[in-house]
Design a protein around this ligand. Structure first.
Ligand code: F6R
Length: 260
């Protein structure tokens, strides 16, 4: 795991977008794993800029989103289908048939989850997975105590996540209780993983994920088991890291070190 501390949100977003662009330039038919929430908005903005200004091409890539709220149709303005369309898909040239976002309205969740897993595999697996982190240390909607080998499935959201996400809804009772989410095991199979975190609200979760024990209480800590994960974080999110100076020293000494 590599921790890269950037001075602010924009610098963090640009660096993560560049890593995704590098994958796409190297492999135009790459499979991208995508996230929603406030954190990746800057990455999507930068990727859209690269597409518009630099001609970054998404025409051969495929995408899989991490999760979706159960019960929200794709047209609902708080659904992750809607979020992705508005913040990313309509600004780049990913063919509609190559886009996958879990269905929150399927009539058969187990069958859908199995299909989603099979579809990822049939597309060759995820080349690069973008992640945020919940204040309770979750990745995707793998809440505390989720199995670290879990696959795509239905999850009940933790009260803390519902409270955190209430800011997007009129009232907290409107936040769906269930979500369909890729599992920790699904995420760990991605070739590269990029996790972003900014703000003081994420400082505890980041410290526990990076420097704490691997535990299902902080599902992001499972990323310690992944061979190629980078955390791009801002100074506030880095505040509780004990080894901060060490990460900064490595970044300074080895800028652009080639992948082993
Ligand atoms: C979103 C997702 C979640 C978020 C996390 C942080 O697809 O899977 O794990 O990444 O809840 O959300 P924000 O970025 O809104 O703080």
């Amino acid at each position: 795991m590599e921790v890269i501390i950037k001075p602010d949100y924009d610098a963090m977003s640009v660096a993560a977008a560049q890593q995704i662009a590098d994958v796409l330039n190297r492999k135009p038919n790459a499979v991208l794993g995508l996230a929603t929430g406030s954190t990746p908005l800057g990455v999507y903005k930068e990727l859209a800029r690269m597409h518009r200004v630099e001609g970054l091409d998404f025409s051969r890539c495929t995408s899989f989103n991490l999760d979706e709220y159960v019960g929200l149709p794709a047209s609902h303005d708080q659904s992750y289908h809607y979020f992705m369309r508005e913040n990313f898909f309509k600004h780049v040239n990913i063919p509609a048939q190559n886009i996958h976002v879990p269905s929150g309205t399927t009539s058969n969740f187990p069958a859908f989850c199995q299909w989603y897993e099979e579809r990822i595999e049939a597309c060759g697996g995820i080349d690069i997975q973008l992640l945020g982190i919940g204040s309770d240390g979750h990745i995707a909607f793998n809440e505390p105590t989720s199995s670290l080998s879990s696959r795509t499935r239905l999850k009940t959201l933790a009260k803390q996540t519902i409270d955190d996400n209430a800011r997007f809804f009129e009232k907290s009772e409107d936040v769906p209780i269930y979500a369909i989410t890729m599992g920790v095991g699904t995420i760990l199979e991605a070739d590269e993983i990029v996790l972003l975190a900014n703000g003081a609200g994420k400082a505890d979760a980041v410290a526990q994920a990076v420097e704490g024990p691997v535990t299902s209480m902080i599902t992001a800590s499972a990323l310690q088991m992944h061979p190629y994960t980078k955390f791009y974080i801002d100074g506030d999110a880095a505040a509780n890291l004990k080894m901060r100076e060490y990460y900064e020293w490595i970044s300074m000494k080895k800028p652009g070190a080639p992948r082993a």
